[in-house]
Ligand binder design. Structure first.
Ligand code: SF4
Length: 373
């Protein structure tokens, strides 16, 4: 590649991140590939097995704790700007996976970030968060205080205290270097996020321990910033530098590089009407050929197909089923219409069951967040 055509990747937690080549992130950002750790994982989940989780920082530390059955934590969360979609579903499933592997799990409602980045008032984000937490519970998160902690940034005093303390460890030049020129509110929310990531290591939660933060790779800046702060405040708190895993960012159903609220056909939420979801799937961009005859002859292109991606990332648990779909597509045996019908059935079965569970968990979610009806 010529120097002129080389465009540096930007990982912006508050902007639009489009990754053209994940391999370049290893070199450009020092993210480590996840694949070499896979054989050591006690019970790798679908995202790990299929390379959806492609990278990490310092995950070996967490892996060792898992193998030795020592205490470790998992921490991530959601920005309460709307209903659960496929991106937030992925993070929730990752947290639940680590909780089931023995981690104490922390799920943060990033309402300060929603205010600073998206101008969402706290009264509104509180209501959105209730639905988000009901989704999390419906997916299998265990809210037992010994195993799980769900909280709002705005009301969690320990997070706010840490952010104040961490403020002394960051200059304006550091913030600009990591996050670019942003308003002070966003810099403040980055300090709050550092508080979120390191709160599991406070004495209230059993003290310092390996902690994994599973996120989309666009959130890496927060990890780099927090790891730096963990070093600066290590003497006072004994922090273990937090680890992370990075998942790929799903393309939009319409073939766009990223799902976006501005493009309703590019994504669906878990609370949408099943008929609307079915319509979006039937209109999704595929790797199919212009005519049936061509597809039978040449086969489809699963690598370019949103239906293939959505099934592989989220909805088809069995690996050999995915391998079969790949080969049937490539050989022209499977046609897009038939495959869309299969995918719709699988997805709607999941969504309908999820919506039923979620409805029953709204009161529990209010209770956890201490929100009145
Ligand atoms: S057959 Fe399936 S995987 Fe292949 S291009 Fe069509 S929708 Fe995509």
């Amino acid at each position: 590649m010529s120097e002129a055509s080389y465009k540096k990747t930007v990982l912006d937690p508050w902007g639009t991140t489009v990754i053209e080549d994940y391999d370049r992130l290893y070199e450009e950002f020092g993210i480590q590939p996840f694949k070499p750790l896979l054989p050591e994982m006690p019970d790798p989940n679908l995202f790990m097995r299929r390379g959806v989780i492609f990278g990490h920082r310092d995950f070996k530390r967490v892996l060792d704790a898992m193998k030795r059955k020592e205490p470790f934590a998992v921490m991530s969360g959601i920005k309460p700007t709307g209903e659960f979609h496929l991106g937030t579903l992925m993070t929730a499933r990752e947290i639940i996976y680590f909780q089931q592997q023995g981690a104490t799990a922390f799920y943060c409602i990033a309402d300060v970030e929603a205010y600073e980045d998206n101008k969402i008032p706290f009264e509104r984000s509180e209501k959105i968060a209730v639905g988000n937490v009901a989704d999390l519970l419906a997916l299998g998160f265990d809210p037992d205080p010994k195993r799980g902690c769900v909280y709002r940034q705005y009301t969690e005093q320990r997070v706010r205290d840490l952010s104040i303390i961490f403020g002394r460890g960051a200059t304006l030049a550091t913030m600009k270097a990591i996050y670019g020129e942003r308003n002070i509110g966003l810099y403040m929310s980055a300090l709050i996020q550092a508080g979120d990531i390191l709160m599991p290591q406070l004495q209230d939660f059993g003290g310092p321990k390996p902690t994994v933060v599973p996120v989309g790779v666009d959130q890496d800046a927060h990890l780099r910033f927090t790891r730096d702060l963990a070093g600066k405040f290590r003497r006072k708190y004994g922090f273990v530098p937090p680890s992370s895993t990075y998942h790929k960012i799903m393309r939009g159903l319409d073939g766009s590089p990223k799902m976006s609220k501005r493009e309703p056909m590019s994504y669906f939420t878990l609370t949408e009407r099943p008929e609307t979801i079915a319509k979006k799937i039937s209109n999704a961009f595929t790797g199919g050929r212009p005519t049936i005859a061509e597809q039978r002859k040449l086969g489809g292109i699963p690598e370019a197909c949103c239906i293939y991606e959505i099934c592989m990332f989220q909805f088809v648990e069995n690996d050999s089923d995915m391998v079969k779909v790949y080969h049937d597509c490539k050989s022209g045996k499977l046609l897009c219409g038939e495959h869309k019908d299969q995918a719709t059935e699988i997805i709607l079965n999941f969504v309908k069951a999820h919506q039923r569970k979620r409805r029953k968990l709204m009161d529990k979610a209010r209770q956890i967040l201490r929100v009145s009806k």
